[in-house]
Design a protein around this ligand. Structure first.
Ligand SMILES: [Mg+2]
Length: 269
């Protein structure tokens, strides 16, 4: 694909050289630089770098130490941890690879075809941590923006790796809103949430929901004391609200339009 593009550029350059000084009548179609192939590069890193594995293990090993601290402080209600699923406990990088190699970005249909396979591997460290939490009497709630139609396959995928509390009661799917605050409040009615796990800042607090990227970044810095404490953050360079925030969550823009906006915020020299 890259070679095709290079040949295309060479061909266009050759054509331009053969022409005389006449200005081009029609602009050459602009190519995208970041979308949709950026996610393929990110998925390569997620799949094949030791650094990705190390970061995830670092997050979950620190989480276990923190959990021990929280267990020593008995609260009024039973304890729970809340976790996101995608890129927090399950690794969907094969989906990003599949889409990128087909010159496509995310779409709901292809995503649900992938999740229906229940074939996602685990994020390193996640199964051990959540089993440890369960062994200490801490309940695990999975708050995800997967949809109701993905329920059975999602549970099957989690159960395949013996994730604790992988049942209907603990799986809270997206209903009317992608915002997770309502679902966190539901858990809080009966439990003290000691820690939250996610790859997307909205997995932790609604202060990050649907904010333009500059505000989102400012809010991220303000929450510094929470990371590695109550908030355990996993890496995901493939997708997330960080990306949507850059083009102001205008998901219906074309890849070309999104790509232009993304290029406009890159810091170059
Ligand atoms: Mg996620």
């Amino acid at each position: 694909m890259k070679m095709t593009r290079i040949w295309g550029v060479l061909l266009l350059a050759g054509m331009a050289a053969c022409k005389s000084v006449q200005p081009a009548a029609t602009p050459v179609a602009q190519s995208t630089k970041l979308i949709p192939h950026g996610a393929g590069w990110a998925a390569l890193w997620q799949q094949q770098s030791g650094e990705y594995k190390a970061l995830c293990l670092q997050a979950y090993q620190l989480a276990a130490l923190r959990l021990d601290q929280y267990l020593a402080q008995k609260g009024a209600k039973p304890l729970a941890v809340v976790t996101d699923i995608d890129e927090t406990v399950l690794d969907n990088s094969p989906y990003s690879v599949h889409q990128a190699l087909n010159d496509r970005g995310y779409d709901e249909k292809s995503w649900s075809e992938w999740t229906a396979k229940a074939a996602a591997d685990t994020v390193p460290g996640a199964p051990n941590f959540f089993k440890y939490a369960a062994s200490k009497g801490v309940q695990v709630f999975y708050i995800t923006n997967r949809s109701e139609s993905e329920r059975a396959a999602t549970l099957k995928n989690l159960q395949r790796y013996n994730f604790p509390f992988a049942d209907d009661q603990h799986l809270m799917l997206k209903t009317t809103t992608s915002g997770k605050e309502g679902r966190r409040q539901q858990v809080l009615q009966q439990f003290d949430i000691v820690m939250l796990f996610g790859d997307n800042l909205s997995d932790f607090s609604n202060i990050f929901d649907k904010k333009p990227y500059q505000e989102r970044n400012a809010a991220a810095l303000k929450s510094a004391p929470e990371y590695g404490s109550r908030f355990i953050v996993l890496p995901n360079p493939m997708y997330g609200d960080w990306e949507g925030a850059i083009y102001n969550f205008q998901y219906k823009l074309t890849d070309h339009q999104k790509d232009s906006i993304m290029q406009s915020v890159l810091k170059n020299y």
